[in-house]
Design a protein around this ligand. Structure first.
Ligand code: BES
Ligand code: MN
Ligand code: ZN
Length: 519
């Protein structure tokens, strides 16, 4: 008998996507760089009006233009987000290719201002070939990394059309008036921006392509490129290994579940080098299961693997940020589908390690798969800390809106560290309590816990997970609030955000990520 694949199993081919710009560093001023289509100069908000930053005097002289007068004519103040464009139709005496000078607001030149100026510039120079800029030269120690991250993420795009993309990112950004000593910071920022970019792309892919086996194959190819070890459990190995949560959630799907493990070992590791475990929710589509979601609530559920995509992207970038600790990334991947073999309300699951859960709502599936992975981490990997990232509850979105992520932590030191990384990297978190008073909400009459005890929904979900952490310092990022951006805004593009990649790389790329934590 012939075995033609069922049409729904024929994966479409993703067209090639736009890439982030390349970055170059030069000590020269922007007026002296040739082959540049756009020169972008910073404008700061001064007490007596806007101030032009480095390189502006030379550019003004070269073109014979009073750039301050240009700002005044445009009523520009130097506020972040402002761009004043000066056309240069015939090029400059130095560079026949020059077409435009952009005066870009940098506000008070805080790290956030630099990130936003980078993203603003990226949007202003899309479809251009080369832009030279002195914006980060205003204060490289504060601004270089955030500027580059902003310029990468402001360039992000994803499309699956028959025609080529309407707009493409600028090909090259020349960072002028910097030193060779600034190159490592650029490389680091490119890695951080690239990790967020990758996480956004993964969350953007539709679920007719991105099923659990596809995600596992993608992880294996990432691992090969980044020098990580990889192990994947298939559905039979998951059943044999006792991963009842992952198996249960995945059992109704035509594409079976997987558990993905990626291991990063720092170059200078010794036997005493501690291990951090990152766990990312990898639900490749969430219908809700038999407790099915209404249509509108299902529309964006291809991105219910955002946490898993963030963990994979972070693992792939750890070497580039010089992470000094071992990191294991775990992604429990399953499609929460409906079918004759679906989990039913009332079913009881046995998780890795033996704890049982009564499934009163099949739409509270994230915690079921996360529990197995956390229990495995604690039992097998002797972690110094476990951090999980999950689009876990609609309740966190009600509480925080779409600009702040939810943080729960069993360790004040870990919470403080992650809050600081969130602030620094532009992915802010707000800490919620693991209030023991609500434990009774997740009590079950038949099992160790009920998976959907009710409100407060984000807190009861976190309490459910905490039972699997075995007292290891643990933090839980509920990113259901911030997984999707409602509109373009600075470094955010409408749609999947990859929220968490920047803050985790800020943390794990620091000199001592476990400082202050009991070991
Ligand atoms: N994936 C959803 C959470 C979600 C909601 C993510 C909105 C992004 C945007 C999760 O699996 C879910 O369905 N949670 C339920 C839990 C409830 C049934 C206890 C929820 O939050 O409604
Ligand atoms: Mn759900
Ligand atoms: Zn979900």
């Amino acid at each position: 008998m012939s075995s033609a694949p069922h049409p729904s199993r024929v994966s479409p081919q993703v067209p090639s996507q736009v890439s982030p710009p390349e970055f170059a560093v030069t000590a020269s001023g922007p007026h002296a760089v040739t082959g540049v289509e756009v020169i972008a100069l910073p404008v700061l908000t001064g007490a007596d009006g806007p101030l032009l930053g480095p390189g502006a005097a030379d550019v003004g002289d070269l073109l014979g233009v009073d750039l301050l007068a240009v700002l005044e004519a445009d009523r520009a103040t130097g506020k972040v987000g402002q761009v004043t464009a000066l056309p240069v139709p015939l090029g400059s005496p130095q560079d026949a290719d020059l077409r435009q000078v952009l005066l870009v607001g940098l506000g008070e030149a805080s790290a956030t201002d630099f990130r936003r100026a980078g993203a603003t510039l990226a949007r202003a120079v899309q479809d251009r070939s080369v832009v030279a800029t002195t914006i980060p030269a205003v204060e490289p120690s504060v601004g270089l990394e955030p500027f580059v991250v902003g310029a990468v993420l402001g360039s992000f795009g994803f499309a699956w059309r028959s025609a080529p993309p309407e707009h493409v990112p600028v090909q090259r950004v020349v960072l002028a008036e910097l030193d060779d000593a600034d190159r490592p910071a650029v490389a680091r920022a490119v890695a951080v921006g690239g990790a967020s970019w990758r996480a956004r792309t993964l969350a953007s892919l539709p679920s007719n392509l991105k099923n659990p086996p596809w995600l596992a194959e993608h992880a294996a190819s990432l691992a090969a490129d980044a020098g990580l070890e990889v192990r994947v459990w298939d559905e039979a190995e998951l059943a044999a290994g006792g991963f009842g949560g992952i198996v249960g959630v995945g059992q109704a799907s035509a594409t079976p579940p997987r558990l993905i493990r990626l291991d990063y070992t720092p170059r200078k590791a010794s036997r005493r080098t501690p291990t951090v475990v990152l766990v990312g929710k990898g639900i490749t589509f969430d219908t809700g299961g038999l407790s099915i979601k209404p249509g509108e609530a299902m529309v964006n559920m291809k991105r219910d693997m955002t946490g898993g995509g963030v963990v994979m992207s972070v693992l792939a970038a750890l070497a580039d940020v010089g992470c000094p600790v071992r990191v294991v990334g775990l992604v429990p991947a399953a499609e929460n589908a409906v079918g004759g073999n679906a989990l039913r309300p009332g079913d009881v699951l046995r998780h890795y390690g033996g704890r049982t859960t009564e499934v009163t709502n099949t739409d509270a599936e994230g915690r079921l798969v996360m529990a197995d992975a956390i229990a495995y981490a604690v039992a097998e990997l002797s972690p110094a800390a476990v951090v999980d990232v999950a689009t876990l509850t609609g309740a966190i979105k009600v509480a925080l809106g779409q600009q702040v992520g939810g943080l729960f932590a069993s360790s004040d030191a870990l919470a403080a560290t992650l809050l600081a990384s969130g602030e620094r990297s532009g992915e802010p978190l707000w800490r919620f309590p693991l209030a023991a008073a609500y434990e009774e909400k997740i009590a079950s009459r038949v099992a160790d816990a009920d998976n959907a005890g009710g409100g407060p929904g984000a807190i009861t979900a976190a309490l459910f997970l905490q039972h699997f952490t075995g007292g290891v310092p643990w933090a839980h990022l509920d990113i259901a609030s911030v997984g999707d951006a409602p509109a373009d805004g600075y470094e955010w593009s409408k749609g999947p955000t990859g929220f968490g990649a920047r803050l985790l790389l800020d943390w794990l790329g620091s000199d001592d990520p476990l400082a202050g934590l009991a070991r």
